[in-house]
Design a protein around this ligand. Structure first.
Ligand SMILES: [Ca+2]
Ligand SMILES: [Ca+2]
Length: 141
């Protein structure tokens, strides 16, 4: 059941066309692209049994290869990259927990490379609220 919907769009100069990225609490992501007449679904993926994808969604080059990734935060961070015909999940950061309300990409230490910032908005009993910064060079699981 979808409880909350996030509509998110971000311009990325390295993408051929702008996309609309929609996160669902199920959790699921749907990526739409304008075809000249309508928005069509370009990619969809669901991660059953994971925390809701409510607000933890951003786009940016997180591995410094010049290509933007879509980062989708459930309670993990799924890193998706366009391969020319579809999005592939090229990495998952599994250190995070709770339900992520923050997944933001940006160069927060001015070294010219993006970091991934993540924070939990809901946690399970016994867990602390956490905020993480993953620097370029993080080990993907
Ligand atoms: Ca990249
Ligand atoms: Ca940086």
């Amino acid at each position: 059941m979808t409880i909350r919907l996030l509509v998110y769009a971000k311009t990325a100069i390295w993408m051929e066309k702008n996309e609309i990225h929609v996160g669902y609490s199920s959790p699921k992501i749907t990526i739409f692209e304008w075809n000249g007449a309508d928005y069509e679904i370009k990619f969809e993926k669901e991660w059953p049994e994971e925390g809701g994808l409510i607000e933890g969604l951003d786009v940016g080059d997180v591995d410094d290869d010049g290509i933007a990734e879509v980062c989708a935060g459930t309670h993990h961070i799924h890193i998706l990259q366009w391969n020319g015909s579809t999005y592939i999940e090229e990495a998952v950061i599994e250190e995070t927990f709770g339900v992520l309300a923050v997944v933001s990409i940006g160069d927060c230490d001015n070294d010219g490379k993006n970091e991934i910032n993540a924070g939990s908005v809901m946690v399970y009993p016994g867990q602390d609220y956490m905020y993480w910064v993953f620097k370029y060079g993080w080990e993907a699981n």
